[in-house]
Design a protein around this ligand. Structure first.
Ligand SMILES: [Ca+2]
Length: 531
């Protein structure tokens, strides 16, 4: 019997037979790459299977050359519904170079494109890896107009289908299923990670959810609110790059020492209550060192975040003090998602996904009524389920991280999700054994910032999954011009890294993880001030 025919039969039969047949089918490991094209997985088309030699590979639509070891490249399309067209790729190392593991990688924003650089990183380390375009092409949200199934594909189905299918492709190519499966993503990828943890807990043994945009409906409302609060009636941004940088510097000056160490970092911005009114220009001046009254008002609203006009309840967290403009690039500030866009970010959500009205006018927003409608109609869009008992039962482990300076996904929202899970799962001890959060002081969105922001979350996760060694800290580093100039442990929330009082405060060895006193509820003096 040919390998190809056997594969088709095996895939169509019961798991017991499948397991029994696999070793006999591939005693020396795997099918030749090209024959993978003959797989007959339901609702999936293998478009190509190509043996790629070691060397440079330029991904489609990119000019960035990736240097890769030899691998088998599989291009596939899944159509779980008649309106679906989910493209994905699976990259397989030669069996002798394979580390026995599968790694699914996440996406960013609404980008309908395969995450080639993340796949390259995984492949170089010996993983079989997969990524999907989430079922559409590009970042334009018009893809959802009249295509409700494509919205579902983007929201969660594409990653799940990619995962299930990739596992079969790995099995066929390598001669056995992967020993372990991991998912790694940040931002939208963090949302995908939590979606998998909540909805498909059997898919992965370990999950890294970075700066997760999982509370996506409310985040979208938050973007709209923030844009309106920080732009003139004519649509001009009220806060310039220079004023954003002034705010960041002033917030750090006011709050750096609250954590007990003057190091240019605010350990936990929730403890910082810097009031931008302290920078109010005197005598009608408007210069680089002060803020006008509208600028003060705009900054305050960014910190406060969207509250229900009806009840005053917090709908979505504001952005943390320190995140205003902490770096030179737009993504290291409020510019990319709030100040710079000529119209509110993600208006397409309302136009194409929610109201089905391309002419929808954002001035007509009713925060309470429209949010309730959105959560009722598109609840599947935001993986905010706090009951993770499915993942726990599966034996899965979850590492979530956030940057305390994230100007895109407010870290307060990520922390709040974690606290919600702790409450739902019956307390910290019952959560820590499978789910830990690491919050990085001075880190921006997924990376960057003045704080240590490079760390090996996947490596720590593998130790946890494969050896039962739960991560008590992650060692993070900060580099300038490629040279490491600061290291610091990131501690499992609610612990924080505390300097021992001797030795360099730029060396992780001089820190311990300690539990801080509870964060006081909003404590402000009448004049603002910092406590
Ligand atoms: Ca500090």
């Amino acid at each position: 019997m040919t390998r190809r025919l056997l594969t088709a039969i095996v895939l169509a039969t019961a798991p017991t037979l499948l397991e029994a047949a696999a070793p006999a089918a591939a005693p020396n490991g795997g099918t030749a790459c090209a024959t993978l094209a003959a797989l007959t997985i339901p609702a999936v088309t293998i478009r190509s299977a190509t043996a790629m030699p070691a060397g440079a590979f330029t991904p489609p639509g990119s000019r960035q050359e990736l240097v890769l070891p030899a691998f088998c490249r599989v291009e596939a399309t899944a159509r779980p519904t008649s309106d679906s067209e989910i493209k994905f790729e699976v990259w397989l190392p030669p069996v002798e170079a394979w580390n026995g593991k599968f790694q699914g990688v996440g996406n960013g924003g609404y980008m309908g494109s395969i995450s080639y650089p993340a796949m390259a990183t995984a492949l170089r380390k010996g993983y079989a890896t997969a990524s999907t375009d989430t079922g559409h092409i590009g970042d334009d949200m018009r893809f959802g107009q009249g295509h409700p199934e494509k919205i579902v594909d983007y929201a969660y189905r594409a990653v799940h289908v990619m995962t299930e299918t990739s596992k079969l492709i790995v099995r066929d190519a390598q001669g056995r299923f992967a020993d372990r499966s991991y998912f790694v993503g940040c931002s939208a990828g963090g949302q995908q990670a939590l979606g998998e943890a909540q909805r498909f807990p059997e898919d992965y043994d370990g999950i890294v959810a970075g700066d997760p945009a999982n509370n996506r409906i409310r985040q979208t409302f938050g973007f709209l609110y923030s844009w309106i609060a920080t732009h003139s009636k004519e649509g001009a941004p009220i806060l310039s790059q220079a004023k954003l940088a002034l705010l960041s510097k002033s917030a750090v000056d006011a709050c750096d020492a609250i954590d007990g160490l003057k190091d240019g970092l605010i350990d936990d911005p929730r403890r910082c209550h810097f009031d931008p009114a302290k920078l109010l220009c005197r005598n009608g001046a408007d210069d680089a060192a002060c803020l006008t009254a509208p600028q003060v008002d705009a900054a305050r609203k960014m910190y406060e975040g969207l509250k229900s006009p009806k009840t005053g309840e917090q709908v979505y967290a504001g952005w943390p003090r320190g995140s205003e403009g902490f770096g030179d690039s737009a993504i290291e500030s409020w510019r990319t998602y709030v100040m710079d866009p000529p119209e509110p970010m993600r208006l397409g959500f309302f136009k194409y996904f929610l109201f089905h009205d391309p002419n929808w006018d954002y001035h007509t927003i009713d925060w309470d009524r429209d949010l309730a409608y959105a959560e009722q109609k598109l609840g599947f869009f935001a993986p905010v389920e706090r009951d993770l008992s499915g993942l726990k039962k599966h034996g899965g482990k979850l590492i979530m991280y956030t940057g305390w300076l994230d100007p895109v996904v407010p870290p307060q929202d990520t922390v709040s999700y974690y606290e919600g899970v702790v409450k739902t799962m019956g307390g910290s001890e019952k959560t820590r054994d499978f789910f830990r959060l690491f919050a990085a002081p001075g880190m921006g969105h997924c990376s960057g910032g003045p704080g240590p922001n490079q760390f090996d979350a996947l490596g720590a996760l593998e130790q946890w999954v494969e050896h039962g060694a739960a991560p008590d800290k992650l060692i993070a580093s900060h580099a300038t011009d490629g040279k490491i100039d600061r290291t610091r442990p990131l501690c499992p929330y609610p612990q924080v890294a505390r300097w021992k009082g001797t030795g360099s405060s730029d060396d992780a060895a001089n820190f311990t993880c300690a539990t801080p006193p509870p964060t006081p509820a909003t404590r402000t003096t009448p004049t603002g001030g910092t406590r």
